[in-house]
Design a protein around this ligand. Structure first.
Ligand SMILES: Cc1ncc(COP(=O)(O)O)c(C=O)c1O
Length: 398
């Protein structure tokens, strides 16, 4: 197996366009030379060091650049998206406790996915994935997520109902509200409108709860802006990042926090400490990759800002196909649903489409009946067109 740019080459020699960025991590392209070189340079001087008692330049540079970009001054390193979420939840929970407050409720949204560790599973929608562990998961209050799509005529009504329900839930003292800003990924690229998130933030502020944005998928340009929370004009207290953080080269997670949240942990009493750490915390290779990836994002912002305009005419052309409904688009993420009788993760039609496009040199991985494209930023116009053409042909064959 090998990979270069937007293309995978399988062990048997088949070339496939990686239209889903290898589970949404490959940001610029596979084998991106400047990131590979940065990792090699870093490996020759400091590959790893315990991050208690020591610090190092790549971690400090990354922390200050992410803070400047996100507006959140403090940062905690971990290993992946699930741990970035776990840290956000633990910080939010302990922050209230450190203030002697008894806020015990967490609020999440229907359809959420935040990862596969226990805390992340608990705030995620309960599903086939979490069923075996149900009795071990803590209670979470859940508000509706008014997912929308092109020409959606009922969205305003559903947004209002969702806000009313959120207000009702927030009558109970709430520690934090967690959401995937603008698009819920794993439950089927379910997009909401920016105005809805602004209304959510207003309710969260009125209730005095903390707002956690899980930008593990949406961070680093996927929404068309560097962070989806920026695009939606909301200001979370905590942001979880991973996936595209290192350009998709190495596993790493980061949880950003506001100064006010950080101050809740400062003091001489050891019980105020967040006792959380991982062996590979702030791994220098991951930091070097993340810095090189940020360089690219800063040098070529038009690449992520321009993805939505590149998808739009292609999705518009496809959207008239009789086998699909609910086309939707946000930044570099284009999606639609196949027309099926029984929607759900186990619906087989997506798998059939996957096999048909694969024969045409395109790699997709539908979520049940939901088909989406989320390619690396470096995909060429020809390659992107090839993806849409392959889907159109497959839809005709289904
Ligand atoms: C929004 C979101 N949060 C968290 C995660 C978990 O990340 P990881 O798979 O790196 O643990 C994912 C993974 O898909 C995700 O999409």
């Amino acid at each position: 197996m090998a990979a270069q740019g937007a293309e995978l080459t399988t062990a048997s020699g088949q070339r496939l366009i990686d239209a889903i960025s290898s589970w949404w991590v490959t940001l610029h392209g596979h084998g991106e030379a400047s990131i590979a070189a940065a990792i090699a340079r870093q490996a020759a001087s400091l590959e790893q060091v315990i991050f208690a008692d020591f610090s190092h330049a790549p971690a400090e540079a990354l922390a200050s650049r992410l803070s400047a970009r996100s507006g959140l001054d403090r940062l905690f390193f971990s290993d992946n998206g699930s741990t970035a979420v776990e840290v956000a939840l633990k910080v939010a929970w302990q922050w209230w406790r450190n203030q002697g407050s008894e806020r015990r409720q967490l609020v999440a949204f229907a359809g959420a996915y935040h990862g596969d560790t226990f805390g992340a599973m608990a705030v995620g929608e309960r599903s086939l994935f979490s069923d075996p562990f149900e009795s071990l998961l803590f209670d979470v209050a859940r508000a509706p997520w008014p997912a929308s799509y092109w020409h959606d005529e009922t969205v305003e009504e559903r947004e209002q109902l969702a806000l009313v329900e959120l207000e009702r839930l927030l009558e109970t003292p709430t520690a934090a509200v967690i959401l995937e800003p603008l698009v819920q990924g794993a439950s089927g690229m379910r997009m909401v409108r920016e105005g809805f998130l602004q209304q959510v933030e207003q309710r969260v502020r009125q209730a005095g709860a903390l707002l956690i944005a899980d930008e593990v998928l949406t961070g680093f340009g996927r929404s068309g802006r560097l962070f989806a929370s920026r695009r939606a004009a909301i200001r979370p207290d905590l942001i979880a990042l991973s996936k595209g953080l290192t350009g998709g080269f190495l596993p790493m997670g980061v949880t950003l926090a506001s100064e006010a949240v950080f101050q809740g942990f400062v003091g001489t009493d050891p019980s105020r400490t967040l006792f959380h750490g991982h062996s590979f915390t702030a791994n220098p290779l991951g930091c070097a990759a993340a810095l090189a990836s940020l360089d690219l994002l800063e040098q070529f912002p038009e690449r992520y800002r321009g993805m939505e305009a590149r998808h739009r005419p292609l999705l518009e052309r496809l959207a008239g196909h009789r086998r699909l409904v609910q086309p939707r688009l946000l930044g570099g993420i284009a999606a639609f649903d196949l027309v099926v009788e029984r929607p759900g993760y186990l619906n087989p039609l997506g798998k059939q489409l996957q096999a048909l496009v694969r024969r045409q040199g395109v790699y997709l991985r539908p979520l049940g009946q939901v088909v989406y494209l989320l390619p690396p930023l470096g995909i060429s116009d020809n390659q992107l067109e090839q993806c849409y053409r392959a889907i159109e042909t497959a839809l005709d064959q289904l």
